[in-house]
Design a binder for this molecule. Structure first.
Ligand code: MG
Ligand code: MG
Ligand code: MG
Length: 305
């Protein structure tokens, strides 16, 4: 049966484009696969798909009895709910090692780089599989998205190298202009507070605590007016009440390179302290841009204690 190449819940651009690019890689190696996504593309991803004439992967939520390749995660909380009834074949990722496991050997490529598409680009080189022009453009966008135009502390030389190679394949000269165009699409706040919180949202199990962390990356935090900030704050309380111990929203200002943090938790003090802020102010953390590197590890540590 055709195996699924599937990204994480609340898919971001890297997760959706990884499903497409890893499918290209696996097919190039002769594997029978098709791409899938656990949700619809967010505005940024929509922009990328349209720009490069690509079709979104099929939306799949039930995977019982299927064979799976995971891209851009290895956490159970981000996998389909019935993951235990599927067969894991492989993982390509760039996050901390998660808690999925398998009952037979798996092929894993996990590297501490800024984007799953960087790993996938390198695997295309390794296995000598060609990357079509449009797919290369979308993979470049995924790298620009995950590394926030190379500005995130998660960005490595390997990400830049992959991005320049992909730009060449895609025939793109002005990488920065493409990135700005994409982040403009990403900064679209014309959605409900709930949709904004879940646009890029991940649940984590931290020492038995269920913590949901959303991130909204926009060109300027000034785009969020007082009314919207109010709505985000009260919706976050609701999100927490839906079976989570804590809910956090990281509002990242791409141009200023810092983040404002909203917290709904009875451990708010612990969370804010772990991130290096204080509860008294409007919790703005200069230099904080990466959930993966500057938020999740700090909270994992804090909840371990
Ligand atoms: Mg992702
Ligand atoms: Mg990623
Ligand atoms: Mg991201």
């Amino acid at each position: 049966m055709t195996a699924l190449v599937i990204g994480h819940k609340n898919p971001d651009t890297d997760s959706i484009i990884s499903a497409l690019s890893a499918t290209n890689l696996y097919r190039g190696r002769g594997f029978d696969v098709q791409s899938a996504a656990q949700g619809k593309p967010a505005p940024e991803t929509q922009f990328v798909l349209e720009k490069f004439n690509l079709t979104a992967p099929e939306e799949v939520h039930e995977v019982a009895g299927r064979e799976l390749y995971l891209v851009d995660y290895s956490d159970l909380a981000q996998a389909p709910d019935d993951f235990a009834k599927a067969k894991l074949l492989g993982i390509i990722d760039h996050h901390k090692l998660g808690d999925v496991t398998s009952d037979s050997p798996v092929e894993c490529y996990i590297q501490p780089v800024g984007c799953s598409n960087t790993v996938i680009k390198r695997l295309h080189d390794y296995y000598q599989v060609a990357i079509p022009k449009d797919l290369a453009g979308a993979m470049l966008c995924a790298i620009l998205s995950d590394t926030v135009l190379f500005k995130s502390p998660t960005c490595t030389d390997l990400d830049k190298e992959a991005a320049y190679d992909l730009a060449k394949i895609a025939g793109i000269e002005d990488i920065n202009a493409l990135g700005m165009e994409m982040f403009k699409a990403k900064s679209n706040l014309d959605a409900s507070a709930r949709d904004l919180i879940f646009r890029d949202f991940k649940d984590f199990n931290m020492s038995g605590h269920k913590i949901g962390i959303g991130q909204l990356e926009i060109l300027s935090l000034d785009l969020i007016n007082d009314e919207l900030m109010q709505q985000l704050t009260s919706e976050l309380d609701k999100v927490r009440s839906e079976g989570r111990d804590s809910a956090v929203l990281v509002l990242t200002d791409i141009m200023q390179e810092g983040s404002r943090i909203l917290v709904s938790s009875d451990k708010a003090q612990l969370i804010v302290n772990a991130l290096g802020g204080s509860l008294s102010d409007n919790i703005y953390l200069p230099g904080v841009m990466s959930r993966k590197k500057q938020v999740v590890p700090q909270l994992e540590q804090a909840f371990k204690a």
